[in-house]
Design a protein around this ligand. Structure first.
Ligand code: NAD
Length: 479
């Protein structure tokens, strides 16, 4: 089996203790490669390499030069897009067309931040007579990046692209279930001219390598993307060293459908928002809130769409691939079983193709009605292709339902009434509100992040670049 290695100080290396993790193809459940199972010593070596690069060759580059390196990396990703997409498809099980979108987005993150690198600047501040005060935007130094398995290439590009453009040196701990595209893109970064040590990748388990990175006193900032529970653990570990953290966590995002909505536009988007990546998207639209007057008609139309979806191996390019692993399959199945035992009604279900490999982690997309708003299925992130429908009467009830979970990541409003759309955009508690469209996972140029238990701090866009800097005030008394 191919043995993938860490990337530390520009060199490919196994874990210091020699342990490995099997890489499993979610489409058939079979291992096809190994990864290093790194520990604290590997993380420490990576942090030291990053510090040396920050204090050395990488730290000496101008913003324009940093941008040029990232632009070359973006071009290399684009040149290798098809092989990277095949790798992403095998590693995560996602349909190949989604993997292609993800690789294009990864290239686009580096392109965006390449252009932004030398447009970021500080301010001068009017102060006492005979003084000049500058508020400089400076990189933190060494940044840690802990990323999840659902969009490894995209989230790698989003987080590392912003951090490198701002001048930081990075240590990345990808998820144990999906490390292959981050490793491949990091290797391309060396070809693009990134100095060794500016970008290091340490693979391993969350509780081992991830915990060691979160607790490392040599970091100056941590960007964490993952579940709310792990986000708490990472923020607690970082707090010991007073290291600031950006938390990009989960969601329970609602789609609000009013009776005046253009349903021909809305319904395909509503279905895609929960089926894309088998529902394993932080911004998955896992709740559809429907104005009562159109509830039955909408459910009938959604049911037809769900019943027509086809599920199978990622390489087949169907509507939906497998879930990432057995644990995730058991989790989703358990939540759905509990909801049905408590009265939820299956309105429609997709089908897994007959010849899908028996060992794959398939869960056919499911449309549920009659879930109590307080039920765990309506409150917790499901991270599977399960859409729960709820009826509402009027804007107040719609807003109460929409805001009635611990999360606040994204929301969508579908209506032809412009005043209502604006009213709701203000009332919905979410980091992003879409009106008559929904951008699950996309939007490199749009500031992104959560409210409430969906996290804090922002990535993507220029806001993400600022998020990887701090401010140093220089006050000069010159008379
Ligand atoms: P997870 O929290 O289990 O793991 C995320 C990362 O944290 C992995 O790299 C994992 O190895 C690491 N980790 C696990 N335990 C750790 C610990 N104790 N200390 C340090 N690191 C640790 O999440 P997941 O299951 O990989 O991903 C799914 C979650 O990610 C969902 O909740 C989803 O909503 C969220 N997510 C959020 C966004 C966003 O931008 N808001 C994007 C994608 C995914």
């Amino acid at each position: 089996m191919p043995e993938h290695l860490n990337l530390v100080d520009g060199r490919a290396c196994p874990a210091a203790e020699g342990h490995t993790i099997e890489v499993v193809d979610p489409s058939d459940g079979q291992p096809f490669a190994t990864l290093p199972r790194s520990g604290a010593a590997d993380v420490d070596a990576a942090v030291r390499a990053a510090r040396a690069a920050f204090d050395g060759a990488w730290g000496r580059l101008t913003a324009t030069e940093r941008g040029r390196v990232l632009a070359r990396l973006s071009a290399l990703i684009t040149q290798q897009a098809e092989s990277l997409a095949q790798l992403e498809c095998r590693d995560t099980g996602k349909p190949i067309q989604q993997a292609r979108v993800d690789i294009a987005a990864c290239a686009r993150y580096f392109e965006y931040y390449a252009g932004a690198a030398d447009k970021l600047h500080g301010e001068t501040i009017p102060y006492a007579a005979g003084s000049t005060v500058m508020a400089l935007r400076v990189p933190f130094g060494v940044t840690g990046h802990i990323i999840p398995w659902n969009y490894p290439a995209q989230i790698f590009g989003r987080s590392v692209g912003g951090a490198l453009a701002a001048g930081n040196a990075c240590v990345v701990k990808p998820a144990e279930d999906a490390c292959l595209t981050p490793l491949a893109v990091a290797s391309l970064a060396l070809d693009a001219g990134l100095p060794p040590g500016a970008l290091n990748i340490v693979c391993g388990l969350g509780v081992e390598a991830g915990a060691a990175l979160a607790a490392h006193p040599g970091l100056n900032h941590i960007s964490f993307t993952g579940s709310a529970a792990t986000g708490t653990a990472v923020a607690q570990a970082a707090a010991v060293n007073h290291v600031p953290v950006t938390l990009e966590l989960g969601g329970k995002s609602p789609q609000l459908l009013f009776a005046d909505a253009d349903l021909d536009e809305a319904l395909p988007v509503v279905v895609n928002a929960i089926v894309q990546n088998a529902g394993q998207t932080c911004t998955a639209g896992s709740r559809v809130l429907v104005e009562r007057a159109i509830h039955d008609a909408v459910l009938e139309r959604l049911a037809q769409r769900f019943a027509a979806l086809r599920v199978g191996p990622g390489t087949r390019g169907l509507d939906c691939g497998p879930l990432i692993n057995r644990r995730q399959l058991d989790r989703v199945t358990g939540l759905v079983d509990a909801a049905q035992a408590d009265g939820a009604r299956a309105v429609a279900r997709a089908a897994v193709v007959d010849d899908a490999p028996a060992g794959g982690f398939y869960f056919a997309p499911l449309l549920l009605d009659g879930v109590a708003p307080s039920h765990p299925l309506a409150q917790r992130e499901i991270f599977g292709p399960v859409l729960a429908a709820f009826a509402f009467d009027g804007e107040d009830e719609a807003v109460a339902l929409a805001n009635g979970t611990p999360y606040g990541l994204t929301a969508a409003v579908w209506t032809r009434d412009g005043s209502r759309a604006l009213r709701l955009a203000h009332r919905l508690v979410a980091g992003q509100v879409f009106v008559n469209n929904y951008g699950a996972g996309g939007g490199i140029e749009l500031p992104f992040g959560g409210m409430k238990h969906s996290g804090y701090g922002r990535e993507k866009a220029f806001e993400g670049l600022r998020g990887f800097t701090t401010v140093k005030t220089v006050a000069i008394r010159h008379g």
